[in-house]
Design a protein. Structure first.
Length: 171
């Protein structure tokens, strides 16, 4: 996420940002203080800008980007690279959106959480996630790896449900 100021563009500015050009992907949230948050997403790829001054809704603007510090600067630069290519290409640049290595685990964790909230036992959850035969063979074996795996997935899911999902949006 990058913070921006939306400034009036100079006359005939060829690189002014016009939200109408991206309206099929754009969602704007207006905060009580007047600031805006812009989410551009095609359902798979996304990027977010926080408008800390001005507005994107009044027509073309010149964006002034705020990048500072060291902790999040790489993520901010990546967001700007994605925005630049979206602006140039008219589509999200798939090369700048590598597959998330942990996505499969997150999906499994949320499936486990759904099962738990529906009243399923840990064994039932394991059967859905890893297969009936695997659970039949290994649930009561010498190792408790399946039981522990379900517990770890539920731990991840609880963390996500309790606000950890917000960290996914910062990527």
């Amino acid at each position: 996420m990058v913070s921006v100021e939306a400034l009036p563009p100079p006359p005939h500015a060829p690189d002014a940002f016009d939200i109408r050009r991206f309206e099929r992907w754009a969602t704007i949230l207006r905060h009580d203080g007047g600031e805006e948050a812009l989410l551009l997403s095609d359902g798979v790829h996304h990027l977010q800008l926080d408008v800390i001054a001005g507005s994107l809704l009044g027509g073309p603007v010149r964006l002034h980007y705020e990048i500072s510090g060291f902790r999040h600067v790489e993520a901010q630069i990546l967001t700007l690279r994605r925005l630049l290519l979206l602006y140039r290409l008219g589509r999200f640049p798939s090369g700048l959106y590598p597959p998330e290595r942990r996505a499969r685990r997150w999906a499994m964790a949320l499936r486990a959480y759904d099962g738990m909230t529906a009243g399923a036992s840990h064994r039932d959850i394991a059967e859905v996630l890893f297969g009936v035969q695997t659970v039949r063979d290994d649930w009561c074996g010498r190792s408790e790896y399946l039981r522990l795996r379900v517990q770890r997935l539920l731990h991840v899911a609880h963390a996500m449900v309790e606000g950890g999902y917000r960290d996914l949006l910062k990527r």
